[in-house]
Design a protein around this ligand. Structure first.
Ligand code: PLP
Length: 173
């Protein structure tokens, strides 16, 4: 788990960790993303000289079609950042298909998910959607403001990140 003061702050750190440390010349996201994910994608793509690819929304469904995202992913994709449910249209993304099809193109692709809107309403089954990080915010489900939480995969947790040099990469349980 990774904690921050907001889900947005957590997402900025997650995008930075992947963008700075994982190979690949492009980064993929969607036009529907909340600024919490969209803005760090713009920031780090620009800062690191990577191409930012943005999937368009479907004006009929209010979502983003799986194929519209997948056509942007290739073996040079460093990071896919896609939300679970839109705070604007309410559309729920077919995350299971997106993850499966994206990993069919690049098996070790890093995938980050903004689940701030979805987490209060739906189950996130990591066996079906084995992503690398999921952000959520307790205040969206009757918690208090002032914290943003991210669940991290094992490999995400050990990417270089801000920590004291003498501390272990992983906290001893
Ligand atoms: C989909 C989505 N992602 C991210 C956020 C940002 O969460 P936070 O306010 O904790 O930064 C929000 C906030 O409304 C949201 O709706």
């Amino acid at each position: 788990m990774f904690t921050a003061l907001t889900a947005s702050e957590a997402m900025f750190d997650l995008v930075r960790a992947v963008a700075e440390n994982v190979g690949g010349t492009n980064m993929v996201t969607t036009v529907l993303e909340h600024p919490s994910a969209y803005d760090p994608m713009v920031l780090y793509a620009d800062r690191l000289g990577k191409e930012l690819r943005i999937a368009r929304s479907n004006p009929v469904t209010g979502g983003v079609d799986v194929e519209e995202i997948i056509r942007l992913v290739d073996k040079d994709t460093c990071l896919l950042n896609v939300m679970f449910a839109s705070n604007i249209s309410g559309a729920i993304f077919d995350l299971e298909a997106i993850v499966a099809k994206a990993r069919a193109i690049k098996p070790d692709l890093f995938i980050l998910v903004d689940a701030v809107q979805h987490a209060p309403h739906g189950v996130m089954d990591l066996k079906k959607t084995p992503v690398d990080a999921i952000t959520f915010a307790p205040y969206k489900f009757f918690g208090s403001r002032g914290s943003g939480i991210a669940w991290l995969s094992e490999r995400m947790a050990v990417l270089p990140h801000h920590k004291l040099a003498a501390k272990p990469v992983r906290r001893a349980d």
